[in-house]
Design a protein around this ligand. Structure first.
Ligand SMILES: Nc1ncnc2c1ncn2[C@@H]1O[C@H](COP(=O)(O)OP(=O)(O)O)[C@@H](O)[C@H]1O
Ligand SMILES: [Mg+2]
Length: 261
């Protein structure tokens, strides 16, 4: 409702798949410009949580508040309209058209001359070029079909497009899994740059070093609950490992699952 409300607030989110309780009451908040790394073992519930935030899955119970308003999204399109999007490596790009066409996909600039719609190619090209260069991303040519670009370049196009069209919260689920060292380094830099523009970032990664490099806060999910929520500067990889494995249940952590994982 107000600018002082957190960008995102999750309140007691649960999600069941049949008898499986994938999420058992997850709560956390984040602000604009904040990078939150979600860590946790396989099956902890990270992807389920991110899908609920992005409208790809509905919560069984609990509230998702975005900019102070309750909004339990029922589709990714609804979340996207509110400014929340999951950025994949390339799944949402059309590989058989160029960078400009991808940037303006579904938002093409068309002007009518004597009633005939004409695509404003030059205007779209200039806007794409500006957005990409402002972001510090280098793409050899905006006229090349996306199929010829690397995974890192595709990710950069997706992220820049998201920022350009007013995105507010971006979700990244293991974004660098298929990228090399140099592309990953650039990806991490890009995340910092977009956060510096006031965008919230949630990144799932199982690589501890990436979490420490990019995140302001680390939230650990264990067996569907928050097992730790700490500022990056106030913790250490050892402590995070203990939270992930459940050796150091402390603070908000809850009792171990009665019937094991
Ligand atoms: N569509 C689904 N149907 C049934 N079970 C699911 C489904 N998605 C996730 N799960 C289960 O929910 C739990 C959490 O999964 P997930 O969120 O993918 O964990 P993570 O991303 O942390 O590895 C796991 O036990 C997983 O098997
Ligand atoms: Mg996952």
């Amino acid at each position: 409702m107000t600018d002082t409300a957190p960008l995102l607030s999750l309140q007691n989110i649960t999600r069941n798949f049949g008898a499986i309780e994938a999420l058992r009451g997850v709560s956390f908040e984040m602000n604009r410009g904040e990078v939150v790394a979600l860590l946790g073992d396989n099956g902890a519930g990270k992807s389920t949580l991110v899908k609920i935030i992005a409208g790809g899955l509905e919560a069984t119970s609990g509230k998702v508040m975005f900019e102070g308003k309750e909004c339990n999204f029922t589709s990714p399109a609804e979340a996207k309209a509110a400014g929340i999007e999951t950025v994949y490596q390339d799944l949402s790009l059309c590989t058989n058209v160029d960078v400009v066409a991808n940037f303006f996909m579904g938002r093409e600039i068309v002007k009518r001359y004597f009633g005939i719609p004409i695509l404003q190619e030059a205007e779209m090209y200039a806007a794409t070029e500006k957005a990409i260069s402002n972001a510090g991303t280098k793409i050899p040519s905006l006229r090349v079909n996306v199929e010829h670009l690397s995974g890192g370049q595709r990710q950069a196009i997706e992220l820049n497009r998201f920022v350009h069209w007013g995105g507010k919260l971006v979700l990244l689920d293991e974004p660098f899994a298929a990228l090399g060292v140099e592309q990953t380094r650039r990806g991490l830099e890009m995340i910092k740059r977009i956060a510096a523009q006031g965008i919230g970032v949630v990144i799932i990664t199982h690589i501890m070093a990436q979490a420490f490099q990019v995140a302001d806060r680390i939230v650990v999910i264990r067996q569907g609950k928050v097992a730790g929520d700490v500022a990056r500067d106030k913790t250490s990889p050892d402590e995070i490992v203990r939270m992930i494995t459940g050796e150091a249940f402390q603070g908000k952590a809850q009792e171990a699952r009665p019937n094991g994982p």
